[in-house]
Ligand binder design. Structure first.
Ligand code: G3P
Ligand code: MG
Length: 240
């Protein structure tokens, strides 16, 4: 059976505070093949890593990221809400992340968080950063905003894109191909079916599913022939 890509969701977020440099380092240390992470943009146009548009759930700050400059964000702690012992983690920038992963030879999935707030110019800024760090072969961009992924291809056809989807689409392979994307990033229950996976594969589209945390589901998806598993527990997938 072919090897499935083991992609750490928000870093090794099952055991460390999500989307922090600590969670990214731990994912690499245990041997994950890749990292999935989420991008937002500050008031002064700095691309930062955080799942939510707001600071409240994962940091000791509050309000929207886009209302703060990057310097202002530095005073917030991104580890303490997960556990006191992880106090001191900051919200990483895309530069810090790229600087760490650039020589690690891992698969990098950057999710643009632009379906709630459509950050002006985010696509172009991210593409420029990818080239600055020479990571164009390792990165795939994804988003629930499929217009944004079409825009990425219009800017640069060589940048790989994946379409995120929580719904059980009809003929997803055709849909993804029609949008010019390289991959489908479905919520995993929507592709737990041989004929759906076959339809996607018949269009030559890669399938990376999220967020698969139970071994029984990992096994089932692997047997169906999906390409990548995005999980909070890359350790479970390695241990298999
Ligand atoms: O990219 C896969 C997954 O992260 C999408 O959903 O909400 O966890 O960012 P979310
Ligand atoms: Mg995500």
């Amino acid at each position: 059976m072919k090897k499935v890509l083991n992609i750490a969701h928000r870093g090794f977020s099952g055991a460390y505070p999500e989307n922090t440099m600590l969670a990214f380092r731990k994912a690499v240390e245990i041997g994950a093949d890749g990292i999935e992470t989420d991008l937002q943009m500050t008031k002064d146009g700095v691309i930062v890593i955080c799942h939510d548009e707001k600071l409240d759930r994962t940091t000791d700050g509050s309000g929207l990221i886009k209302e703060y400059t990057y310097d202002e964000l530095l005073k917030f702690d991104a580890g303490i809400k997960y556990r006191e012992a992880f106090k001191g983690e900051r919200i990483p920038t895309i530069d810090e992340f790229f600087d760490y992963v650039k020589d690690k030879n891992i698969f990098i999935n950057l999710e643009l968080k632009n379906s709630i707030i459509n950050y002006e110019g985010l696509e172009k800024r991210v593409i420029d950063k990818i080239y600055e760090y020479k990571l164009e072969k390792s990165v795939i961009l994804s988003s629930f905003n499929h217009y944004s992924m079409v825009k990425v291809k219009e800017y640069d056809h060589n940048i790989k894109t994946g379409l995120l989807c929580a719904a059980t689409l009809y003929n997803p392979g055709k849909y993804v191909k029609d949008a010019g994307a390289d991959a489908y990033h479905p919520f995993f229950p929507s592709v737990m079916d041989k004929s759906i996976v076959a339809e996607i594969k018949s269009e030559g589209i890669m399938i990376n599913t999220y967020t698969v945390n139970k071994i029984e589901y990992m096994d089932k998806l692997i047997s169906l022939g999906i390409d990548g598993i995005i999980t909070n527990y890359p350790d479970k997938l390695i241990a298999k």
